[in-house]
Design a protein around this ligand. Structure first.
Ligand code: ADP
Ligand code: ASP
Ligand code: MG
Length: 452
């Protein structure tokens, strides 16, 4: 049976952390086969993306030296680098440099350049972790998603996986070598059908771990990170947040989609399809973890957690043509499909639809949508909003729980704009002003979780 073990940037921040990670992996390999999935070393992805976006402002040679040194300095604390090791680091640095020079000449930010360069973060960390494992006398095999393994469409920066081709490639490549080797696989990175490197979105190494786990029918997908598991709220906001020992897939999906970035929102889907348990584990103390699984019967009827997502927008679409007519919603969502923009919450009345959307990273897409909507309705965008999501089966079982939530917010002068409760009744979500988000999470955590 195979274990997938994914380590985030927080578990690979320096030589000490990498040695600790190698030790955790060596313990797993004593009993099971293991595929390790790595993120880039802490903050490297931001550093690389920032360089591609600012080729005119940075000194490329100085930047490349810094990328080399950040990795070389960690490597040399793990082992005395050989000429071969230095050559490999240099080769990657040189590829980044050549692409940056080209990007600078083109004088515009190209999503393909961002993915090509950002993907090197994971390649460096996979290389260094492989060396740390070889120092412990394990045989390793480093695999990269863009080496015809994780196939995606051409949607650079946020590519969608082509599952059939990917599953075939993963099985064919990994199964024959997994007994002999510890597989060290790059997170974040994929490839188009014509061999261009893509990235699957920020934080998507978790998702890659789940894709590999599902394709190999793994026993468990372990996500190692810097907290004790999934907590009742983001511990950076709520100091009293507590660990949740067990969550089901649906509850976790709601939390991850609506702000609990500890797990990439797409991670649950492949694991859920194959019913593989996902564990979120503290890499500093592996006895602390949360188990996420398929069963609902054992989960308690309490409120489980509160998440928040700031800097979102609301699009209000007004039209009297909606009255008693059919096909209006289909027309609206067709436009979102054409522009490939996803929607979080949806509320409708007879003459109005309100949609909440993730930030406005792509203003052009948003502008296109508004222009198209204005041909048959009146669309208005409101920015600087936050989405709060409360998750747990409580809503099904307790009278007045929703009223209690909104009373509390009202008493504290927090205005609520959209309210959405899915038919599954495991979550309730609503929108507040950005400025009120933190206060709302703290208040509700105290009222609904700490007091129970
Ligand atoms: P990694 O580098 O391991 O991928 P991330 O930074 O992506 O780590 O995720 C871990 C962080 O997620 C934690 O440090 C924590 O601040 C944040 N976080 C947000 N919401 C939650 C939550 N409900 N439970 C635990 N951590 C959370
Ligand atoms: N390194 C990538 C990021 O920072 C992917 C990941 O961490 O999962 O977004
Ligand atoms: Mg992460």
């Amino acid at each position: 049976m195979t274990i997938i073990a994914k380590f985030g940037g927080t578990s690979l921040g320096n030589a000490e952390r990498i040695k600790n990670t190698a030790k955790i992996i060596s313990e797993i390999k004593k009993k099971k086969d293991v595929v390790v999935v790595v993120s880039a070393i802490g903050k490297i992805t931001d550093f690389l993306i920032n360089a591609v976006k600012n080729t005119n402002k940075i000194n490329i040679d100085k930047f490349i030296d810094e990328v080399y040194l950040r990795h070389f300095n960690i490597l040399k604390e793990i082992k005395q680098p050989t000429n071969q090791d230095k050559k490999r680091l240099n080769l990657s640095c040189n590829s980044i440099k050549q692409r940056l020079i080209l990007a600078k000449q083109q004088n515009k930010i190209n999503p393909e350049d961002i993915d090509y360069i950002a993907g090197f973060g994971e390649k460096f960390s996979a290389f260094i972790l492989s060396i740390a494992l070889e120092q412990l006398n394990f045989k390793t095999k480093m695999l990269c998603g863009d080496d015809n393994l994780i196939f995606t469409n051409n949607n650079f920066n946020n590519a969608e996986v082509l599952f059939d081709k990917t599953n075939n490639a993963l099985e064919k490549k990994i199964l024959p070598i997994i007994k002999e080797n510890i597989i060290v696989f790059t997170g974040f990175v994929g490839t188009t059908l014509n061999n261009k490197t893509t990235c699957l979105g920020r934080g998507s190494s978790d998702y890659i771990a789940s894709i590999i786990g599902a394709s190999l029918d793994a026993k468990e997908i372990r996500i190692y990170t810097d907290v004790d598991g999934i907590m009742t709220a983001d511990p950076r906001i709520v100091k009293n947040a507590k660990i949740i020992k067990k969550l089901d897939f649906n509850e976790m999906s709601e939390l991850a989609c609506f702000g609990a970035y500890v797990l990439h929102p797409k991670t649950i889907e492949p694991a859920m399809k194959k019913n593989i348990c996902v564990k979120v584990i503290n890499s500093n103390n592996t006895k602390k973890f949360t188990e996420i699984f398929n069963k609902r019967e054992k989960t308690s009827k309490q409120i489980k957690a509160i998440s928040s997502k700031t800097n979102i927008s609301i699009l209000n679409i007004y039209s009297t043509r909606m009255l008693k007519s059919y096909g209006f919603l289909a027309k609206v969502f067709k436009i979102f499909e054409e522009e490939e923009l996803s929607v979080d919450l949806i509320c409708t009345s007879e003459v109005n639809i309100s949609l909440s959307l993730n930030g406005l990273e792509n203003n052009q897409k948003m502008q296109n949508i508004i222009n198209k909507l204005n041909e048959f309705s009146f669309a208005k965008l409101k920015k600087n909003k936050a989405l709060i999501c409360i998750v747990g089966e409580f809503l099904k079982h307790k009278y007045g729980s929703a009223g209690n939530i909104f009373n509390k917010l009202g008493e504290n002068k927090i205005n609520i704009e959209m309210i959405s409760q899915g038919a599954s009744e495991i979550s309730i979500s609503f929108i507040v002003e950005n400025a009120d988000a933190k206060k709302a999470v703290l208040l509700l955590h105290k009222e609904l979780i700490e007091s129970n």
